[in-house]
Design a protein around this ligand. Structure first.
Ligand SMILES: *Cc1c(COP(=O)(O)O)cnc(C)c1O
Length: 247
Protein backbone atom coordinates (compact mmCIF):
# COMPACT_ATOMS: atom_id res chain seq x y z
CA UNK A 1 0.00 0.00 0.00
CA UNK A 2 1.32 3.38 -0.89
CA UNK A 3 -0.10 6.87 -0.88
CA UNK A 4 1.81 7.74 -4.00
CA UNK A 5 -0.46 8.71 -6.90
CA UNK A 6 0.09 7.02 -10.23
CA UNK A 7 2.35 9.27 -12.29
CA UNK A 8 0.50 11.04 -15.09
CA UNK A 9 1.06 9.73 -18.59
CA UNK A 10 3.26 11.82 -20.88
CA UNK A 11 0.30 12.85 -23.02
CA UNK A 12 -1.58 14.13 -19.96
CA UNK A 13 1.48 16.07 -18.87
CA UNK A 14 1.70 17.63 -22.35
CA UNK A 15 -2.01 18.48 -22.21
CA UNK A 16 -1.58 20.19 -18.84
CA UNK A 17 1.51 22.05 -20.06
CA UNK A 18 -0.41 23.34 -23.07
CA UNK A 19 -3.37 24.42 -20.94
CA UNK A 20 -1.04 26.12 -18.49
CA UNK A 21 0.81 27.99 -21.25
CA UNK A 22 -2.51 29.25 -22.60
CA UNK A 23 -3.82 30.35 -19.21
CA UNK A 24 -0.55 32.04 -18.32
CA UNK A 25 -0.61 33.92 -21.63
CA UNK A 26 -4.19 35.05 -20.99
CA UNK A 27 -3.23 36.31 -17.53
CA UNK A 28 -0.16 38.12 -18.88
CA UNK A 29 -2.18 39.75 -21.67
CA UNK A 30 -4.89 40.83 -19.24
CA UNK A 31 -2.27 42.36 -16.93
CA UNK A 32 -0.75 44.26 -19.85
CA UNK A 33 -4.18 45.50 -20.95
CA UNK A 34 -4.95 46.63 -17.40
CA UNK A 35 -1.55 48.24 -16.87
CA UNK A 36 -0.86 45.85 -14.01
CA UNK A 37 2.25 43.97 -12.98
CA UNK A 38 2.07 40.26 -13.90
CA UNK A 39 3.50 39.46 -10.48
CA UNK A 40 0.37 40.90 -8.84
CA UNK A 41 -1.87 38.06 -10.07
CA UNK A 42 -1.64 34.52 -8.70
CA UNK A 43 -3.04 31.58 -10.65
CA UNK A 44 -4.94 29.15 -8.44
CA UNK A 45 -5.35 25.90 -10.40
CA UNK A 46 -8.75 24.43 -9.51
CA UNK A 47 -8.12 20.68 -9.50
CA UNK A 48 -11.53 19.47 -8.25
CA UNK A 49 -12.62 16.19 -9.84
CA UNK A 50 -9.05 15.63 -11.13
CA UNK A 51 -6.60 13.20 -9.51
CA UNK A 52 -3.61 13.93 -7.30
CA UNK A 53 -1.34 12.98 -10.21
CA UNK A 54 -2.53 16.11 -12.01
CA UNK A 55 -1.64 18.22 -8.97
CA UNK A 56 1.83 16.69 -8.94
CA UNK A 57 2.26 17.31 -12.67
CA UNK A 58 1.07 20.91 -12.37
CA UNK A 59 3.42 21.52 -9.44
CA UNK A 60 6.21 20.16 -11.61
CA UNK A 61 5.25 22.73 -14.24
CA UNK A 62 5.58 25.54 -11.72
CA UNK A 63 2.03 25.88 -10.40
CA UNK A 64 2.29 27.07 -6.79
CA UNK A 65 -1.38 27.29 -5.76
CA UNK A 66 -4.24 24.83 -6.15
CA UNK A 67 -7.94 25.09 -5.25
CA UNK A 68 -10.44 22.47 -4.14
CA UNK A 69 -14.10 22.81 -3.22
CA UNK A 70 -14.93 19.62 -1.30
CA UNK A 71 -13.16 18.49 1.85
CA UNK A 72 -13.92 14.84 1.22
CA UNK A 73 -12.02 14.99 -2.04
CA UNK A 74 -9.30 17.47 -1.10
CA UNK A 75 -8.07 15.90 2.14
CA UNK A 76 -6.87 12.69 0.52
CA UNK A 77 -5.59 14.46 -2.56
CA UNK A 78 -3.37 16.73 -0.48
CA UNK A 79 -1.91 13.72 1.34
CA UNK A 80 -1.31 11.86 -1.93
CA UNK A 81 0.31 14.86 -3.61
CA UNK A 82 2.57 15.46 -0.61
CA UNK A 83 3.66 11.82 -0.65
CA UNK A 84 4.81 12.42 -4.22
CA UNK A 85 6.71 15.53 -3.17
CA UNK A 86 4.16 18.16 -4.29
CA UNK A 87 3.27 20.68 -1.58
CA UNK A 88 1.53 23.58 -3.31
CA UNK A 89 -0.50 26.09 -1.32
CA UNK A 90 -3.98 24.55 -0.94
CA UNK A 91 -6.92 26.93 -1.20
CA UNK A 92 -10.31 25.74 -0.01
CA UNK A 93 -12.82 27.51 -2.27
CA UNK A 94 -16.12 25.68 -1.71
CA UNK A 95 -19.02 25.93 0.63
CA UNK A 96 -17.70 24.82 3.99
CA UNK A 97 -19.72 23.07 6.67
CA UNK A 98 -18.70 23.78 10.24
CA UNK A 99 -18.16 20.09 10.98
CA UNK A 100 -15.52 19.98 8.21
CA UNK A 101 -13.36 22.77 9.64
CA UNK A 102 -11.27 20.40 11.73
CA UNK A 103 -10.30 18.47 8.61
CA UNK A 104 -9.78 21.47 6.33
CA UNK A 105 -7.33 23.23 8.67
CA UNK A 106 -5.02 20.20 8.44
CA UNK A 107 -4.14 20.75 4.79
CA UNK A 108 -5.46 24.14 3.68
CA UNK A 109 -3.18 27.16 3.59
CA UNK A 110 -6.04 29.47 2.64
CA UNK A 111 -9.81 29.22 3.08
CA UNK A 112 -11.50 31.52 0.56
CA UNK A 113 -15.11 30.83 1.41
CA UNK A 114 -15.88 32.17 4.89
CA UNK A 115 -19.22 33.94 4.80
CA UNK A 116 -20.69 33.89 8.29
CA UNK A 117 -19.63 34.80 11.81
CA UNK A 118 -20.44 31.29 12.98
CA UNK A 119 -18.23 29.70 10.34
CA UNK A 120 -15.39 32.10 11.19
CA UNK A 121 -15.72 31.00 14.81
CA UNK A 122 -15.67 27.30 13.99
CA UNK A 123 -12.66 27.76 11.74
CA UNK A 124 -10.82 29.77 14.40
CA UNK A 125 -11.41 27.04 16.97
CA UNK A 126 -10.18 24.36 14.57
CA UNK A 127 -7.18 26.44 13.45
CA UNK A 128 -5.99 26.95 17.02
CA UNK A 129 -4.20 23.60 16.73
CA UNK A 130 -2.07 24.83 13.81
CA UNK A 131 1.49 26.06 14.15
CA UNK A 132 0.76 29.11 11.96
CA UNK A 133 -2.33 31.20 11.28
CA UNK A 134 -4.74 30.12 8.57
CA UNK A 135 -5.27 32.71 5.85
CA UNK A 136 -8.93 33.52 5.28
CA UNK A 137 -10.67 35.37 2.50
CA UNK A 138 -14.23 36.45 3.17
CA UNK A 139 -16.53 35.33 0.38
CA UNK A 140 -18.71 38.25 -0.53
CA UNK A 141 -22.04 38.19 -2.33
CA UNK A 142 -22.04 40.44 -5.39
CA UNK A 143 -25.83 40.48 -5.86
CA UNK A 144 -26.65 40.58 -2.15
CA UNK A 145 -28.95 37.57 -2.40
CA UNK A 146 -29.00 36.09 1.13
CA UNK A 147 -30.26 32.75 -0.24
CA UNK A 148 -26.89 32.06 -1.83
CA UNK A 149 -23.31 32.00 -0.53
CA UNK A 150 -21.38 35.09 0.44
CA UNK A 151 -21.32 37.69 3.18
CA UNK A 152 -23.55 40.67 2.48
CA UNK A 153 -21.98 44.06 1.83
CA UNK A 154 -24.00 47.03 3.10
CA UNK A 155 -25.86 44.81 5.53
CA UNK A 156 -26.11 45.24 9.27
CA UNK A 157 -26.93 41.53 9.68
CA UNK A 158 -24.77 40.48 12.65
CA UNK A 159 -24.30 36.96 11.25
CA UNK A 160 -23.94 37.49 7.49
CA UNK A 161 -22.98 41.15 7.09
CA UNK A 162 -19.55 41.66 5.49
CA UNK A 163 -18.18 43.83 8.29
CA UNK A 164 -19.20 41.51 11.15
CA UNK A 165 -17.75 38.50 9.31
CA UNK A 166 -14.49 40.30 8.53
CA UNK A 167 -14.26 41.59 12.11
CA UNK A 168 -14.72 38.06 13.44
CA UNK A 169 -11.88 36.79 11.22
CA UNK A 170 -9.61 39.72 12.06
CA UNK A 171 -10.18 39.24 15.79
CA UNK A 172 -9.27 35.53 15.76
CA UNK A 173 -5.64 34.90 16.61
CA UNK A 174 -5.54 31.65 14.64
CA UNK A 175 -6.83 33.33 11.46
CA UNK A 176 -5.33 36.01 9.24
CA UNK A 177 -7.69 38.17 7.23
CA UNK A 178 -6.29 38.17 3.68
CA UNK A 179 -9.03 39.82 1.64
CA UNK A 180 -12.13 38.96 -0.35
CA UNK A 181 -13.34 36.25 -2.72
CA UNK A 182 -16.35 36.34 -5.03
CA UNK A 183 -18.03 34.44 -7.82
CA UNK A 184 -19.90 36.34 -10.52
CA UNK A 185 -23.62 35.61 -9.98
CA UNK A 186 -25.39 33.53 -12.62
CA UNK A 187 -27.10 35.73 -15.11
CA UNK A 188 -24.89 38.77 -14.48
CA UNK A 189 -22.52 40.10 -17.10
CA UNK A 190 -19.03 39.59 -15.64
CA UNK A 191 -18.28 43.24 -16.40
CA UNK A 192 -21.12 44.43 -14.17
CA UNK A 193 -20.35 41.85 -11.49
CA UNK A 194 -16.67 42.67 -11.17
CA UNK A 195 -17.26 46.43 -11.36
CA UNK A 196 -19.58 46.08 -8.40
CA UNK A 197 -17.04 43.84 -6.63
CA UNK A 198 -14.30 46.43 -7.16
CA UNK A 199 -16.42 49.02 -5.30
CA UNK A 200 -16.97 46.64 -2.40
CA UNK A 201 -13.26 45.76 -2.35
CA UNK A 202 -12.26 49.43 -2.32
CA UNK A 203 -14.33 50.13 0.77
CA UNK A 204 -13.15 46.89 2.36
CA UNK A 205 -9.51 47.95 1.97
CA UNK A 206 -10.24 51.32 3.54
CA UNK A 207 -11.29 49.39 6.62
CA UNK A 208 -8.67 46.59 6.47
CA UNK A 209 -5.66 48.01 4.60
CA UNK A 210 -3.57 44.85 5.01
CA UNK A 211 -6.25 42.58 3.52
CA UNK A 212 -5.39 43.16 -0.13
CA UNK A 213 -6.22 39.82 -1.77
CA UNK A 214 -9.10 39.81 -4.25
CA UNK A 215 -9.96 36.34 -5.57
CA UNK A 216 -12.20 36.70 -8.63
CA UNK A 217 -12.32 35.35 -12.14
CA UNK A 218 -12.52 31.81 -13.48
CA UNK A 219 -11.89 30.15 -16.86
CA UNK A 220 -14.51 32.21 -18.67
CA UNK A 221 -14.01 35.65 -17.19
CA UNK A 222 -10.49 35.95 -15.79
CA UNK A 223 -9.53 38.85 -18.07
CA UNK A 224 -12.43 40.97 -16.87
CA UNK A 225 -11.66 40.15 -13.23
CA UNK A 226 -8.02 41.16 -13.70
CA UNK A 227 -9.22 44.40 -15.27
CA UNK A 228 -11.12 45.08 -12.05
CA UNK A 229 -8.25 44.30 -9.71
CA UNK A 230 -8.27 40.54 -9.06
CA UNK A 231 -5.08 39.35 -7.35
CA UNK A 232 -6.05 35.66 -7.57
CA UNK A 233 -7.82 33.92 -10.45
CA UNK A 234 -9.29 30.45 -9.87
CA UNK A 235 -9.00 28.48 -13.09
CA UNK A 236 -10.21 24.92 -13.58
CA UNK A 237 -11.56 23.85 -16.95
CA UNK A 238 -9.31 26.09 -19.10
CA UNK A 239 -6.34 24.41 -17.47
CA UNK A 240 -7.36 20.81 -16.81
CA UNK A 241 -10.22 20.27 -19.26
CA UNK A 242 -13.98 20.20 -18.94
CA UNK A 243 -15.17 18.44 -15.80
CA UNK A 244 -17.54 15.52 -16.29
CA UNK A 245 -20.01 16.98 -13.79
CA UNK A 246 -21.09 20.57 -13.38
CA UNK A 247 -19.87 21.88 -10.03
C1 LIG B 1 -14.96 25.19 -9.94
C2 LIG B 1 -14.68 26.55 -9.43
C3 LIG B 1 -13.83 27.44 -10.13
C4 LIG B 1 -13.20 27.10 -11.47
O1 LIG B 1 -14.14 27.17 -12.48
P1 LIG B 1 -13.74 27.00 -14.03
O2 LIG B 1 -14.86 27.62 -14.76
O3 LIG B 1 -13.59 25.55 -14.28
O4 LIG B 1 -12.45 27.73 -14.23
C5 LIG B 1 -13.59 28.67 -9.56
N1 LIG B 1 -14.13 29.02 -8.38
C6 LIG B 1 -14.93 28.22 -7.67
C7 LIG B 1 -15.50 28.70 -6.39
C8 LIG B 1 -15.24 26.96 -8.18
O5 LIG B 1 -16.05 26.15 -7.47
Amino acid sequence: MTDNPAPVRPDRRAELAAGLAQVRARIADACTAAGRDRGDVTLVAVTKTYPAGDVVALAGLGVTDVGENRDQEAAGKAVEAAAAGATPRWHFIGQLQRNKCRSVVRYADVVQSVDSVRLAGALATAAAARDRPLEVLVQVSIDGDPARGGALPDSADPERGLDPVADAVAAAGALRLGGLMAVAPLGWEPERAFARLAEVAQRFRDRYPAATALSAGMSGDLEIAIGYGATHVRVGSALLGMRPTLR
